[in-house]
Design a protein around this ligand. Structure first.
Ligand SMILES: [Zn+2]
Length: 150
């Protein structure tokens, strides 16, 4: 088997690597180019792909993003930054969907710090060396977006 490049391995770790989205019942599929880290334009059919602006919407949420598209076969490619951006749209979309996996936890207090426990089933991929990235979403300090890195 051919050894995967460092970039390819890094890329496959990204949550957006297997981006799949459904729009009007049809699955939208992008190719994350193996040179995604370098950015486009990518070469397809012997020619450089063109930068194309696309629009996606979900309810009131509208989103403009760019892709690289082959002029001949119309195949769409995303580079790293484009994929990251599209992933954000998918996350927002997920937030608006009714069928979100939701859980309620009791707040704990140890006399100094507030904390809550993650459900056990969701912590299989976590490690003590993980970093937690917390984004404050509301001004009252009660809504957060939590991402566990590494
Ligand atoms: Zn092509």
């Amino acid at each position: 088997m051919k050894q995967k490049s460092k970039y390819q391995q890094e890329l496959e770790k990204e949550p957006f690597y297997n981006i799949k989205d459904e729009e009007f019942g049809e699955e939208v599929e992008f190719e994350i180019d193996k040179n995604a880290f370098k950015g486009g334009p990518f070469t397809c059919h012997g020619k450089k792909s063109a930068l194309v602006e696309k629009k996606a919407s979900y309810g009131d949420l509208e989103f403009t993003y760019n892709i690289w598209q082959c002029r001949k076969c119309k195949k769409e490619y995303l580079d790293f930054d484009q994929a990251k951006k599209y992933e954000k749209f998918l996350m927002m979309k997920k937030l608006l969907q009714e069928d979100n996996i939701t859980m309620e936890r009791s707040m704990n207090y140890d006399g100094k710090t507030y904390f809550f426990r993650f459900p056990k089933e969701l912590t299989k991929n976590l490690s003590k060396s993980s970093l937690v990235d917390i984004k404050l979403l509301s001004t009252n300090g009660r809504m957060f977006l939590v991402e566990i890195k590494g």
